[in-house]
Design a protein around this ligand. Structure first.
Ligand code: S3P
Length: 445
């Protein structure tokens, strides 16, 4: 995809966003459902899977490692896995495209098998840090055969035939890192423990339990967790229902808040508390977001009814970052339309996402006439309130789907149009985004 010609797109001031939609399945759960299904003997079924490029690359990787995966249509999949420790040597390199999650989780899963695997990705993924996952995996017995500078992709890893269990205190709040260690720990005898000072999304833990593993999570310190997995379980095939992705719902949701006269319902959005920091923050800003028809489908879900709201600037504490780590771009858009300043604290991890999102967010707003300051790891957006967001800028998307979608949402309510240089990467996480938004009333062309 990175070699294709860029496809620019422009968002223009639009009439009200109106309607009821279900955004695609959760990306984090989709990757994990495929990987755990591939590590389970018997037939695992999945419904609601996100069929975006990132997850399809993980599916390809699982096939290359010996699992059978069938795409039945409409987000339904059937998987016949190979069992814990049962991955086969793949015939060639595994290409994860743009996906840090797919790549880091599979590095962990492969590290517990006696196979040698080469991992690669696009220019964005090649620039992202992999040392953070390699460090604990080397302690478990995996060996880096070769890697680019600083342990980056392309990298070749020789997995451990007899992996060792590990107790690991994670130096960064990263669910990908935690998950890589736990997936490697599945093949190790005894207990593998990950300690995180700040709790991150717990989908791996929940799904491991669902597949029958013994895993216990206890509070640790003020905001952290200590997670212990009993290694070498016999995973049992199950059905996984993937709920709608709150990180994808965030885009139409903020569009409805900032485009005057809007009322939108987003169906069955996952409300795992480790993912809902954005909704908390938007409510503090004055957003009208109602939760209707709450359900528990392995994860809590609800229909979210959103109405246009007058927003005010707020101070977002650093402790909230793990529960909204992918949402700062779209929060910055909401903050640009608010009255007063919004300070977002503790955004260090944003620098190592699909792009340097701290710089890219500031740039996205500045080229559209919004003042932004970066002070250390904090970002301050000076809201335009009743003056309005000027718009009129072209935003560089830096191979980052969330920059593309955030910039377009800004253009639906700004005075002048907002153009993005490339919309191609939206397909990594939100297939059908442009058509879905047009169906709600968005002017995108
Ligand atoms: C994810 C974890 C987060 C997040 C990413 C998905 C996951 O990354 O940004 O989009 O599914 O585990 P980090 O683990 O790097 O924080």
């Amino acid at each position: 995809m990175s070699s294709a010609a860029p496809t620019p797109l422009t968002a223009r001031r639009s009439g009200p966003m109106a309607g009821q939609i279900r955004v695609p399945g959760d990306k984090s759960i989709s990757h994990r459902a495929l990987i755990l299904g591939a590590m389970t003997v018997g037939e695992t079924t999945v419904s609601g899977l996100l069929e975006g490029e990132d997850v399809l690359n993980t599916a390809k990787a699982m096939r290359a490692l010996g699992a059978k995966l069938e795409r039945l249509g409409d987000g339904n999949w059937r998987i016949h896995g190979v069992g814990v420790g049962g991955f086969a040597q793949p015939a060639g390199p595994l290409d994860f495209g743009n996906s840090g999650t797919g790549c880091r989780l599979v590095i962990g899963a492969a590290a517990g098998c006696g196979i040698t695997v080469t991992f690669d990705g696009d220019a964005s993924l090649r620039s992202r840090p992999m040392r953070r996952v390699l460090d604990p995996l080397e302690k478990m017995g995996a060996r880096v055969v070769s890697a680019a500078d600083g342990g980056r992709l392309p990298l070749t890893l020789q997995g451990a035939s007899d992996p060792l269990p590990l107790e690991y205190e994670s130096p960064v709040p990263s669910a990908q890192l935690k998950s890589a260690v736990l997936l490697a720990g599945l093949a190790a005898p005894g207990e593998t423990t990950v300690i995180e000072a700040e709790a991150t999304r717990d989908h791996t833990e929940k799904l491991l339990k669902h597949f029958g593993a013994r895993i216990v999570s206890k509070p640790y310190g003020d905001h952290g967790r200590r997670i212990t997995l009993q290694g070498q379980p016999e995973l049992s095939p199950v059905h996984v229902t993937v709920p709608a992705d709150p990180s994808s719902a965030a885009f139409p949701l903020v569009a409805a808040l900032i485009v005057p006269g809007s009322e939108l319902t987003l169906e069955s959005v996952m409300l795992n508390p480790l993912r809902t920091g954005l909704f908390t923050t938007l409510r503090e800003m004055g957003a009208s977001i109602e939760e209707l028809d709450k359900k528990d489908e392995g994860e809590e879900t609800a229909n979210l009814r959103v109405r246009t709201s007058k927003l005010k600037g707020v101070d977002v504490p650093a402790a909230r970052a793990p529960s909204m780590i992918d949402e700062y771009l779209i929060l910055a858009v909401a903050a640009a339309f608010a009255e007063g300043d919004t300070r977002m604290r503790g955004l260090k991890e944003l620098r190592v996402k699909e792009s340097d999102r701290l710089e890219a967010t500031a740039e996205m707003l500045r080229v559209n006439g919004v003042k932004v300051d970066i002070e250390g790891d904090d970002m301050i957006v000076h809201g335009m309130g009743t003056t309005g967001v000027p718009g009129g800028g072209e935003v560089k998307t830096h191979m980052d789907h969330r920059i593309a979608m955030s910039a377009l949402m800004m253009g639906l309510a700004s005075i002048g149009p907002v153009r993005i240089d490339d919309s191609a990467f939206i397909a990594t996480s939100f297939p059908g985004f442009v058509e879905t938004m047009r169906g709600l009333g968005a002017e995108l062309s």
